[in-house]
Design a protein around this ligand. Structure first.
Ligand SMILES: *[C@@H]1O[C@H](CO)[C@@H](O)[C@H](O)[C@H]1NC(C)=O
Ligand SMILES: *[C@@H]1O[C@H](CO)[C@@H](O)[C@H](O)[C@H]1NC(C)=O
Length: 381
């Protein structure tokens, strides 16, 4: 690239990724989605209900978060993890990590907020007991160089207020062990909060709205009223809040100056309509498109959410990002009607770990706060 015989415009094109052959862009879906039904765990007689749905692939396992997990006739518990695709190579066949000595067996918090939830209350938390409300909407991401290590970042809410009030987000590390061994020992997935308060409520919630790694950095997306903002941290500096960098699209610079919340001049990507009620974002590198995708779930205006897709036109995580459309709109599980639970479907997540070629995309969504449904999209060539 430094050859003096190469024109400077070609150098610029190569460096921006333009000439590097970004494949198959823009992302467009081919044909109808393959409907896969809703998740089932034979250990629960295929009868449990849940909300939730962010995924992630670590140690060869596809993770799935389930919040408000419950069995028929019980109240909702806090978040649990399941491992998806554990039987017959079918993504809907899941293994819930549970304590089978309890009834119901889901891990849950004691009234003081301790005792076996996926993450536990610390004495320094601003909300305790049942008011401690982690929002499990971010995929788990691997720790490069550590086969079993995974990280995620969840925002913590005061769940005793209506609507729940954001406190800060928290950095969590996991040791992703074999699910059958964990269950045979009635052990939860080992987890530790390594930064109790990462970004405060008056700061963008970097990591909550998308988390990814390129093997060197963790990239963290934050969604505020103006759109998405981007931060990064070197893998080994991840627990050091002073080592986070923030990307300024206007100058194309990373600096340690944090963005101002809701300042549109530092926004990396502002979603065009449909853009109401967005949550449930996923950020990842697609080998198929040879670039970074940002998918998110807008509302219509509150039920029937879409999967919306944006992509980096440079091949780099810094973008710039372009909207590619809303290639998927979920249908509500037929059993919702049987249960009399109404017809809302929402929170469409990308689950890119199921096809590491990136040629297809597994999506999951929630039907009537009761089922995690799945479908497989095939990208156009
Ligand atoms: C991998 O990371 C997890 C989460 O931090 C940790 O529990 C585990 O001990 C690490 N494993 C190794 C071999 O360092
Ligand atoms: C930011 O918001 C202001 C006020 O609404 C608007 O005038 C301006 O065009 C916006 N800038 C960008 C980059 O969107």
């Amino acid at each position: 690239m430094s050859s003096k015989f190469v024109s400077t415009s070609l150098i610029a094109a190569i460096c921006s990724g333009f000439a590097s052959g970004l494949a198959h862009l823009p992302p467009r879906v081919s044909g109808d989605p393959q409907q896969l039904g809703h998740t089932q765990d034979a250990a629960f007689s295929n009868s449990f209900y849940s909300d939730g749905g962010a995924g992630g692939k670590v140690n060869g396992y596809n993770l799935l978060t389930l919040s408000d997990a419950r069995i028929p006739g019980t109240g909702p518990m806090h978040t649990v993890y399941a491992y998806a695709g554990t039987r017959n190579n079918d993504p809907t066949q899941i293994t819930i990590i549970a304590d089978y000595t309890e009834n119901p067996p889901f891990y849950h918090f004691s009234p003081d907020g301790t005792n076996g939830g996926v993450i536990e209350v610390d004495s320094s938390d601003s909300v305790k007991g049942d008011c401690f409300g982690p929002g499990p909407n971010t995929a788990m991401v691997r720790i490069p160089g550590n086969q079993t290590g995974g990280v995620t970042i969840w925002s913590v809410f005061d769940a005793c207020q209506n609507p729940p009030v954001l406190q800060y987000n928290t950095f969590i590390e996991f040791n992703v062990l074999d699910p059958d061994t964990l269950n045979s020992q009635n052990k939860n997935i080992p987890a530790q909060r390594t930064v109790l308060r990462l970004f405060n409520a008056n700061e963008p919630q970097y990591g909550t709205d998308g988390l990814a790694t390129d093997g060197t950095w963790y990239y963290l997306m934050a969604l505020d009223n103006t759109g998405y903002k981007l931060a990064r941290v070197a893998i080994n500096d991840r627990t050091n809040r002073g080592q986070y960098y923030f990307y300024y699209p206007s100058t194309k610079q990373w600096t340690k100056q944090i963005h101002t919340l809701n300042d549109n001049s530092t926004t990396l990507y502002a979603p065009p309509p449909p853009n109401t009620g967005i949550f449930g974002s996923d950020f990842y590198y697609s080998p198929y498109f040879q670039t970074w995708l940002l998918t998110y779930s807008p509302a219509d205006p509150y039920s029937a959410k879409y999967l919306a897709v944006a992509y980096s036109t440079s091949g780099n995580p810094e973008g710039p990002y372009t909207f590619a459309g809303t290639p998927f709109k979920p249908a509500t599980d037929p059993e919702c009607q049987t249960l009399g639970n109404g017809g809302n479907s929402y929170l469409v997540h990308s689950q890119p770990g199921f096809d590491e070629s990136g040629a297809t995309l597994l999506v999951s969504w929630i039907s009537c706060n009761t089922f995690t449904n799945m479908a497989r999209l095939t990208w156009a060539s």
